[in-house]
Write a protein that binds this ligand. Structure first.
Ligand code: GDP
Length: 338
């Protein structure tokens, strides 16, 4: 519930008059800023749970007695999965099976959405990927996600469960985690434009990604659970852009020079997927889903929001966001807001 998609999905479901139960991991520093940012914190029934602990999953099912379960819990950062391959396998891979097993025991009629990922295609040469494109995962994260993908398929055919994989291409927003490249760039250029940082260090600028707007993607997740039969679907924009283009658009929106953005070797991954572009025509044909926000608009939304946040911080305002408490920005935060 505390991640980007969990928060937008909760908002969407609340607007549809669902009763929403949200699981979260107990942390010494609570992580609810997105739910406050979207102004939905008070409308959610929270249940502490961890995808590593089957008992906490069965307790969650008993407490919430759900009709639909959206499984978004993961170690979701590709870069970190190279440093933590076993942890990523346990959370992002086995976590799905713990959930499937508990749901199978509790009530096989519960509908399950599983967050699959475009990263599963990995190093596949075909330029546009759809539900029939073979997978060639290229990171511990993608391999763990592919394991989950096949388990969902297996429980569907072996036990007749309504379980679906949403193969979502990158989807971003002002609530995206700061470690992902779009938000790293929007936050970075915002600081540079306000004189709070001198430059921004990135890694591979040649990689291409298919970036959409996250609030539109959570609606697609819900649609996947409202069909007559369970199936897997790609959600994407059918456009891909390089990190260089992302940097160009972000600098333009912030009114700064692209020379402040530097590519450094330490930000490169051991192996990087070069191009991801998705064909969403099946989702469009079956239930009319299509992306609405363009790449340029998305980057503008994110940069403008981060500039506004830093301006508010400079004025000494308190409001829900992540950058002010991230270790990354500690050097900026030593400066006192005026
Ligand atoms: P991913 O597609 O799930 O890995 O999403 P990310 O936003 O983490 O990365 C997208 C692409 O941006 C990858 O090809 C990265 O190698 C590339 N990239 C270049 N510089 C950076 C950086 O500084 N941080 C991150 N996260 N990605 C970067």
């Amino acid at each position: 519930m505390t991640g980007q998609d969990g928060a937008y999905l909760a908002k969407f479901l609340l607007e549809k008059n669902y009763r929403v139960f949200g699981t979260y991991r107990r942390l010494s520093t609570p992580n609810f800023w997105r739910l406050h940012y979207l102004d939905i914190y008070d409308k959610i029934t929270f249940i502490p749970a961890d995808i590593i602990d089957s008992r906490s999953i069965s307790e969650t099912l008993k407490k919430s007695h759900p009709d639909e379960v959206y499984h978004l819990a993961a170690q979701s950062f590709v870069g970190a999965s190279f440093d933590q391959p076993l942890y990523t396998g346990d959370i992002t891979g086995f976590g799905t099976v713990r959930l499937l097993e508990e749901i199978k025991k509790y009530n096989k009629n519960i509908r399950i959405y599983q967050a699959s990922s475009s990263e599963m295609y990995g190093d596949v040469k075909s330029p546009i990927k759809n539900e029939n494109t073979p997978f060639h995962p290229s990171s511990p994260y993608a391999i763990a996600k592919l394991y989950s993908y096949w388990m969902i398929n297996l429980y569907r055919v072996a036990y007749g469960m309504y379980a679906v994989n949403g193969i979502l291409f990158n989807h971003e927003s002002p609530t995206r985690g700061l470690e992902f490249v779009t938000r790293k760039v929007s936050n970075g250029v915002a600081k540079i434009s306000l004189g709070l940082a001198n430059n921004l260090k990135l890694g591979n600028l040649e990689a291409k990604r298919d970036w959409g707007y996250a609030p539109e993607y959570v609606e697609g997740m819900w649609m996947m659970l409202q069909q007559n039969k369970p199936d897997d679907y790609v959600l994407a924009t059918n456009e891909s852009h390089t990190i260089k283009e992302l940097v160009y658009e972000a600098c333009r929106a912030a009114g700064i020079s692209t020379s402040k953005i530097i590519s450094t070797k330490e930000n490169f991954r051991p192996f990087d997927v070069l191009d991801l572009k998705g064909d969403y025509s099946k989702a469009k044909r079956r239930f009319g889903w299509k992306p609405k926000t363009t790449f340029k608009k998305l980057i503008k939304i994110m940069v403008e929001e981060d500039i506004t946040r830093w301006q508010r911080w400079l004025k000494g305002e308190h409001f829900p966001w992540d950058a002010a408490t991230s270790g990354e920005d500690s050097h900026v935060l030593k400066r006192k807001p005026t």
